[in-house]
Design a protein around this ligand. Sequence first.
Ligand code: AP5
Length: 222
Amino acid sequence: MALERAFIFLGPPGAGKGTQAKILARRYGMPHLSTGDMLREAIAQGTKVGLEAKPLMDRGELVPDALVTKMIAERLESGDCNNGCVFDGYPRTVNQAIDLDHLLQWRGMGKPVVIEFRVPADKLLRRLSGRWTCSVNGETYNIYEAPPKVEGICDFDGGKLIQRPDDRPEVISERLAAYEFRTRPLTDYYWRKGVLDVIDGSAPMEDVTKAVMKIVRRIGGR
Ligand code: AP5
């Protein structure tokens, strides 16, 4: 059953946005739009966007608004998001949020459902330093909380697990600072619009999924 809504997952690095976005997108057959994944793909392909984004991402800084918004606008053109999608890591600044409002309105996608994941800083550090990602399908694991069955190998396709270059401690602190200064104002932005839900992202994964599903049911999903 399509949810016909755009979901926006807000939260600091390591809050669990990607983990929960994948679950929601799979469950309802919706596209999962992660600007971080799109940028990492652009870097891997060596495109112009990738070349511009790489040094900024390596330092834990945000890439320019215009660049990510263009990427999202082009992605929405394909039309497969019209029945609902999950935005993960976008928007990340007030300018991006204003641009996304226009894009959603223009495409007739209505008001978004915004879910903010709150997690204390010490847990974020542990999650990011323990994260390993499948080099083939992007599946995420955590050596402390959700390890793969075989160390270093993806449960789904046997792909090699790798660590993200921006999960080094010095880059993590830059990413957390970027969140505080550039992204935190979005809480107020969406609260004023009456579309914000806040959930406890520090709970065990299944409980966070239940909290997301409670919101989905409230808006009419099953
Ligand atoms: P991006 O890839 O979006 O990274 P991020 O926002 O920093 O978020 P993360 O992917 O680190 O964390 P997450 O919340 O998805 O957590 P996850 O589910 O993986 O962005 C990277 C960079 O790209 C940015 O720094 C910026 O440079 C650039 N960029 C991207 N978008 C941009 C934009 N819009 N504008 C400008 N620049 C942009 O979980 C983390 C770990 O915790 C995993 O190991 C997971 O298994 C574990 N975990 C998850 N949930 C739980 C739980 N409930 N309990 C225990 N463990 C858990």
